[in-house]
Design a protein. Structure first.
Length: 277
């Protein structure tokens, strides 16, 4: 297995801090957006784009690139921050989140945003699209992978389980899904709204290879992805234990920050917390 060096871990953690700061700044300026769930996926997105994925920011539509589908589309600010940091579009665009006349909508739009591989927003649909992409990769005997990120609240959507059944049936081993298991959704704790537990057992029952990892530990996530890439004949899901609002202790594990934007004063305070973390 290819382990991360200490230098790589330090670089990735530093990039993840930049991503979190950009998330806070853009949502604050827009006075709209999903803060908690964007912060909880900052680490996995940083790892994917800065280490794991075979991509070319200067050629976003490169045929042999790996694909990323943000099935939990409301986490778009995290994806936008990473794409800007990688050079898919100017970082100045981050100052215009959800503004008419600019490209960064509230949810990902593949027609207008370089680097976005699938338009998402309606929960459950992204993982279905990812299955189609993975099937295309398999049929073409290509080497590229498809990564999909789902929320744990999203697992309440029936379409997710139709896609899970489809992926196992067609042996989509080019598909690697992540579940952002932060335990909270817009209406409260997932286990009280509509529990999907036990998540690992459900995916195993549907024929998936299941890995569990700390969603904020770069080394654990890297090892999980290496394991997933080596699996043949079935899709893999990496169930990430995460913290909603991760990186900003003042709002961690607070359901009220699912879709709330910080004030200017709060943003300044939260950025200091990220920098000191």
């Amino acid at each position: 297995m290819d382990y991360l060096s200490n230098e790589e871990v330090a670089m990735l953690k530093d990039e993840a801090k930049k991503i979190r700061i950009d998330i806070l700044k853009m949502i604050t300026k827009a006075n709209s957006g999903h803060t908690g769930g964007s912060l909880s996926i900052a680490d996995v997105l940083t790892l994917l784009y800065f280490k794991e994925m075979n991509i070319n920011p200067s050629e976003p539509s490169w045929e042999n690139r790996d694909r990323l589908v943000l099935s939990k589309g409301h986490g778009a600010p995290a994806a936008y921050a990473v794409l800007a940091e990688k050079g898919y579009f100017p970082k100045e665009e981050l100052e215009h989140l959800r503004e008419v006349g600019h490209i960064l909508q509230g949810h990902p739009d593949m027609k207008h945003i370089p680097g976005i591989d699938m338009t998402t927003g309606s929960l459950g649909q992204g993982i279905s699209a990812a299955c189609g992409m993975a099937l295309a990769s398999k049929m073409d005997h290509a080497s590229w992978h498809v990564y999909a990120i789902l929320g744990d609240g999203e697992l309440e959507e029936g379409e997710v389980w139709e896609a899970a059944m489809y992926a196992a049936h067609y042996k989509l081993d080019h598909l690697i899904a992540f579940v952002d298991n932060n335990g909270l959704q817009i209406d409260g704790p997932v286990t009280k709204v509509m529990s999907s537990d036990p998540i690992p057992d459900k995916f195993r029952a549907f024929g998936w290879h299941v890995i569990q990892a700390n969603g904020h530990d770069m080394e654990q996530l890297h090892e999980a992805i290496c394991e997933a890439k080596a699996v043949t004949g079935k899709p893999t899901v990496i169930i990430m234990k995460t913290v909603k609002g991760k990186g900003v202790p003042s709002i961690e594990n607070q359901v009220g920050w699912h879709g709330k934007a910080p004030s200017a004063e709060e943003c300044e305070k939260f950025i200091k917390e990220v920098e000191e973390g």
